[in-house]
Design a binder for this molecule. Sequence first.
Ligand code: HEC
Length: 151
Amino acid sequence: MKAFAIAVAALLATGCGGEEPPRPAAASTTGSAAGAIGAAEGAVLYGRWCAACHGATGHGDGITASRLDPAPADLASGAARGLTDAGIDAVVAGGARGTGRAGVMPAFGNTLSPWKRRDLVTHVRTLQRAAAAAAAAAAAAAAPEGPVAPD
Ligand code: HEC
């Protein structure tokens, strides 16, 4: 988590304008330093391209959400949890029109390279894990007799 925070800080410090060099296919391997950078890039890309609609934590509550019909999907705890990585990528690349969905989900296939979309999928999975952890913590708090989480 610390490495993740450092990577985010480094990315923010260097900015995200201009052309980025291509990254090797193995760069998003989880658990590696390159994986941490890929995850951090996913967070930055999400903030730039997705959060206005889907919300910073992915619950479909971005600043534009109340004006959209249908509302942006809850990526963190909604049906998106059941999508495969390729399924999420297909929605991001093809948008609502490309995947038979309603509404204004834009197509990012021309804007975001495959590896950027892969980093976005990584970040969507991170949001889903965070939402599941928050739900589990809330359930545990509501049920004092429930199982105790290991330290
Ligand atoms: C202009 C607002 C808007 C932006 C920006 C946007 N989305 Fe969406 N997105 C939507 C809406 C609205 C839907 C719901 C479409 C529907 O239900 O028919 C959706 C649906 C989705 C779904 C399908 C979820 C499901 O449960 O089937 C995924 C995945 C998704 N968006 C990911 C993203 C990602 C990742 C980004 C950033 C690259 C992004 N979206 C940017 C509005 C947006």
